[in-house]
Design a protein around this ligand. Structure first.
Ligand code: SAM
Ligand code: SF4
Length: 328
């Protein structure tokens, strides 16, 4: 699938739920209203959706949310999609998770063919972690990461850089990832959905963070790519790959290769634009996949050039939906 700007679309992120057992301050408001369950795609529908994307040329699928591992029965879907990797139809099936449920699922994830996962941790301080996630338990996430590692799954830690919250701790996170053998991706906070705080208070540019990291670590830019917008540097000495995802300070849309589908089957061609295509109606309209295929292709033909994020004081969010709706 090629979009109007000549970009090859080979990657889809599928949100399997908008629910989550945490309430990170930059992601959700405290009292979120979630979709009624009948609106969610069933596991059979999610599988049909994914196999249709694969038929159309998708080579990488990331399951996300909300928290993908809180959806009851999710391991059955992961197992079935893992079959696409084993048969060579898909290069990679992966997951972005907050890690709270990893202890019980790590082994089954590895068995299903998952080789790498992203786990989000913004701080290694127990109290800060509880504050950022509004009640999360850091120990449980760290135990989950250990379980993933023991099962042979490579972990990349995702950290959203937040002014006045964890900006003083990013160096310690880099050192910790180095000692544990994890890669680390730093992310700038994006204006997605209304939250309790003003995002202008949370935003810090990764250029600023990088300058302060360079006082402590020797960083060397490397060509490593995971098919995403991150630009990587190697931390000399530990070999940690350190990714910088800078949607705010430097826009990398020209290399965008992905679309996102929400848990109710809405395909967003860009994280930062409102235009979308409904895939649930064609999924439910017939047992064949022709309608679904043409809806997907119609969306790809409308993929916009890029987002127009800005973070200004009192500015409304760029799009109304939260990251937990679109799927991170
Ligand atoms: N619950 C899982 C997790 O936290 O990893 C998966 C979904 S979460 C929405 C995916 C990623 O989006 C996380 O790494 C999270 O930190 C990030 N995220 C959420 N809201 C964001 C925002 N407004 N700006 C930047 N990143 C955000
Ligand atoms: Fe949940 Fe992930 Fe959003 Fe945090 S970032 S509230 S863990 S969906």
């Amino acid at each position: 699938m090629i979009d109007p700007f000549g970009r090859k679309i080979s990657y889809v992120r599928v949100s399997v739920t908008d629910r989550c057992d945490l309430r990170c301050v930059y992601c959700m408001s405290e009292n979120m209203v979630f979709k009624p369950k009948p609106e969610l795609l069933s596991f059979d529908e999610l599988e049909r959706l994914c196999t249709t994307f694969v038929k159309l040329g998708i080579r990488k699928i990331r399951l996300t949310g909300g928290e993908p591992l809180v959806r009851h029965g999710i391991m059955g879907l992961i197992d079935r999609l893992g079959g696409l990797v084993k048969s060579g139809q898909l290069d990679e099936l992966t997951l972005t998770t907050n890690g709270t449920q990893l202890v019980r699922h790590a082994e089954a994830l590895a068995k299903a063919g998952i080789r790498r996962i992203n786990v989000s941790i913004d701080t290694l301080d127990t109290q800060r972690f509880a504050a950022v996630t509004r009640g999360g338990k850091l120990d449980r996430v760290l135990a989950g990461i250990e379980a993933a590692k023991a099962a042979g799954i490579h972990v990349k830690v995702n950290t959203v850089a937040l002014r006045g919250v964890n900006e003083d701790e990013i160096g310690d996170l880099v050192a910790w990832c180095g000692s544990q053998g994890h890669d680390l991706a730093l992310i700038e906070t994006m204006p997605l959905g209304e939250i309790a705080d003003d995002r202008a208070d949370q935003y810090v540019s990764l250029a600023t963070i990088r300058r302060s990291l360079e006082r402590r670590f020797a960083l060397r830019d490397i060509d490593y790519r995971t098919g995403g917008p991150a630009r990587y540097a190697e931390v000399i000495g530990t070999g940690t790959r350190l990714g910088f995802i800078t949607p705010m300070s430097h826009n990398f849309c020209e290399a965008c290769n992905r679309v996102r589908v929400t848990c109710t089957g809405t395909m967003y061609m860009c994280l930062g634009q409102e235009d979308a295509v409904d895939l649930r109606a064609p999924l439910r309209a017939s047992e064949g996949d022709d309608l679904l295929e043409s809806a997907i292709l119609k969306g790809i033909a409308r993929k916009p050039k890029g987002h127009e994020f800005v973070i200004e004081r009192y500015a409304p969010a760029a799009v109304r939906r939260h990251m937990s709706v679109t799927g991170g």
